[in-house]
Design a protein around this ligand. Sequence first.
Ligand code: GLU
Length: 420
Amino acid sequence: MAHTYEFFHVIQGYLDEAAAVVQLPDHVRAILAQPKNEVIVHFPVAMDDGSMRVFKGYRIQHNNLLGPFKGGIRYHETVSLDDLKALAAMMTWKSALMDIPFGGGKGGVKFDPRSHSTDEVMRITRRFTHALGNNIGPSYDIPAPDVGTNSQTMVWMMDTYMNTLSHADKNAQRAVVTGKTLTCGGSEGREKATAQGVLHCITEWARDQRFELEGKTAIIQGFGNVGGHAGVLLAKLGVSIVGVGDHTGYLHSGEGFNVHKLQEHVRRNGSIAGYEHGERIERADFFGLQADLFVPAALENQIGVDEARALKVRLIAEGANGPTHPDAERILAERNVDIIPDVLANSGGVTVSYYEWVQNRNSEKWDLEVVDDKLERRMKRTYGQVRFFAEERRVSPRIAAYCLALERLGRAYAERGIFP
Ligand code: GLU
């Protein structure tokens, strides 16, 4: 882990690099270098013991040129304005890259949801949604799950939004959030969508490299929604998961974990701690494990210079946002470790969020096969576009992904001009 990591600064660096490659006009680069709106709210919530605590919540709206602001809500004790600005910008690049009619945004509340009861988390969510008021909306800004939030959080947000604003047609407001439960308007395939997208990227990479996935090994950092589903989907392809880790520690299994059991354990206990199989190892040893693939699926800035030198894998598929420090990326490039960058690798989540939003707006319910098939085609098409751009222009896949996003945004700015 690198000591200093200014996430927003790092993302700006990629923007500048890609803007130069595609010769993005300076004024467009200047617009995209900052979020449009930064909403910060403070709100009181009653705790179970009768006391009252004031929380700080954010919604950063980076860009809505191509469609409504779109992106997750993060509950974590480290949530900060700077990080959310970076994450909101990344959502703009993801939506533009995937060619879905959304912009980018990100929000969050600075607190540790693990140290609160379900009732407290519900009241925090409802007061936060109330405080955001009309700053969110199904045609304006559409939140989704992220680190520390899930489908239940989204349903509370939806319900609060519907009930606190006087809408004639409440059901039309379902699309104010995506990533909901199936009962309350969620889409088939949304929960596993991010991991499924990562898997499509991995299989495309393996096809290009003539790399047989069956019988190979992988390590996964973070075993929440993205990491857990990635483990299950990799196992289906015959890849064995030999190392896992989360905020509670790291585990190694030479023969490979039974990922279904591990996922069940995490569902019941909230983390991998106490899992009866595998041996406990140190964080540094995890990064040095002998494996073919690495899926970081936790927080940003996890792969610093030391980790880049230690990793023995051939491929890093970034399920998390911003897991690799730029200094580490240079070392990995020298060591011929491939990286499928976050804005491509984990964009399956926002893509199926878009499908959920379309279903809500049209009062439709699509079968899992329909969602899976659409996602697969879109991921593979975009993977191919990124790969082609990277080869043609001799840039990294990350810069290629940014370039494709910026080209789309640049064209829209050129056609629309700047008001008035
Ligand atoms: N939080 C996810 C992300 O970082 C999903 C966002 C969404 O579905 O809007 O991409």
